[in-house]
Ligand binder design. Structure first.
Ligand code: FAD
Length: 383
């Protein structure tokens, strides 16, 4: 057993720690207040090598391992939680395109994702199919040398700013979730329309719906095999769920650090707040819970790097990581008193932002189903 990071990983962490502190944290609330996606920061992450971590060197990335990608998720999460979507989406989508797309698609999209020039989202959820992702209704009909897509995707991150989306559609509705295929669909194709939501958090991520009306997608834009999209791509969620755990832990740890400084300085009844066990013990509880999630996440990423099974580890991090992080940030907000209830301090935004990932990429219940299937048995599945 070896719990240490390599020298290269430690160096990478230190570089990102400084970047997050100096260049992200001071502007974290700005993008939320202004309601803009800071595209220049996606490009900056490209320059720092963060977008291309799971993209091979020959396609403009660095071909780093999953543990290193986790470090990026955690450290960027400390500076700007919303920018961690770049780490998570680019790792997930970089892997999907690299593992399953044709050579021409890899050459076209991967270098642009790695550099941050292009933002690519992933669209599975629909108005009537979320947790039950196999129940999607969007169709893709093969006609000549194109697939014609029709349907509606909902709740999609980067809907308002994405240059393309990996869209899941039924190519053989008779086959249930075995009849689903994945396509890369540029947002500027005729018939694609994206509309943003007024979300409570993750404002700079620009979540929204994507409407597909007779969208003609060139057949080369099919990713992987026809009717196999679901099974081929689902494995990617074992990665994104581990990264999400670390993104949330990063944001919550930042709130804890800021709160420790506050309770040391703030006096009540003639003593610093930090003196009271009513303050100490909750902070210790949150710290301990976040540490447990962090190490379970790195363990899951390490297992993935070794090519070993890690679905239940990933789902455990996904259902408890955002939950513990939300609880920690909530308590930090309270310990900072009434000023933390204003928009002058970042805790209220962190709380709104992190809650989103209690739902996005699978709710607690969806992830518990994955763990139950493993530890209780497939034959007791309810779906
Ligand atoms: C911030 C954010 C970002 C997102 N980004 C994306 C994205 O980029 N791409 C994308 O495709 N989707 C995205 N989503 C959508 C997300 O994946 C879905 O919202 C999620 O899978 C849940 O689906 P649903 O909202 O339809 O809820 P439902 O599936 O209707 O579930 C509603 C509630 O019932 C529970 N539930 C459902 N089935 C069961 C069961 N069998 N047993 C017990 N409880 C159950 C759920 O856990 C949930 O609490 C995002 C959502 C959010 C909030």
């Amino acid at each position: 057993m070896n719990f240490s990071f390599t020298e290269e990983q430690e160096y990478f962490r230190k570089m990102l720690q400084e970047f997050a502190k100096e260049e992200l944290l001071p502007h974290y609330t700005k993008w939320d207040r202004e309601g803009v996606t800071p595209r220049h920061l996606w490009k900056k992450l490209g320059e720092l090598g963060v977008n291309g971590l799971r993209i091979p060197v020959e396609y403009g990335g660095s071909g780093a391992d999953c543990v290193t990608t986790g470090i990026a998720a955690e450290e960027i999460g400390r500076g700007d939680f919303n920018l961690t979507y770049a780490v998570m989406l680019n790792a997930l989508i970089g892997e999907i395109i690299n593992n399953h797309a044709r050579e021409e698609l890899k050459r076209e999209w991967l270098p642009q994702i790695a550099s941050g020039e292009k933002i690519v989202g992933i669209a599975i959820t629909e108005p009537a199919a979320g947790t039950d992702a196999g129940g999607i209704k969007t169709t893709a009909v093969h006609k000549g040398n194109v697939y014609v897509l029709n349907g509606e995707k909902s709740g999609i991150s980067v809907a308002t700013c994405g240059d393309a989306f990996i869209i899941f559609a039924k190519t053989d509705p008779e086959l249930g979730n075995r009849g689903i295929s994945a396509f890369i669909v540029p947002a500027n194709l005729p018939g694609v329309e994206c509309k943003g939501y007024e979300d409570m958090g993750n404002i700079p991520v620009g979540r929204g719906s994507i409407y597909l009306n007779d969208v003609e997608v060139p057949e080369e834009y099919l990713i992987g095999l026809e009717n196999k999209g679901f099974s081929q791509v689902m494995n990617g969620f074992d990665l994104s769920r581990l990264l999400i755990g670390l993104q949330c832990v990063g944001a919550a740890s930042q709130s804890i650090d800021e709160t420790i400084e506050h309770v040391k300085a703030r006096q009540s009844f003639g003593k610093p707040l930090a003196t009271y066990q009513g303050i100490q013990f909750p902070l210790v509880t949150h710290y301990t819970q976040l540490e447990l999630i962090k190490w379970q996440a790195y363990r899951g990423l390490w297992l993935r790097d070794q090519g070993l099974k890690h679905s239940k580890e990933s789902s455990s991090v996904k259902w408890l990581g955002p939950k513990y992080s939300v609880e920690a940030i909530h308590e930090c907000l309270l310990f900072n008193g009434h000023y933390a209830y204003t928009k002058e301090m970042p805790h209220e935004q962190r709380l709104r932002d992190v809650i989103g990932l209690e739902i996005g990429d699978g709710t607690a219940q969806a992830n518990m189903m994955v763990i139950a299937k493993d530890i209780i048995g497939k034959e007791f599945r309810s779906y």
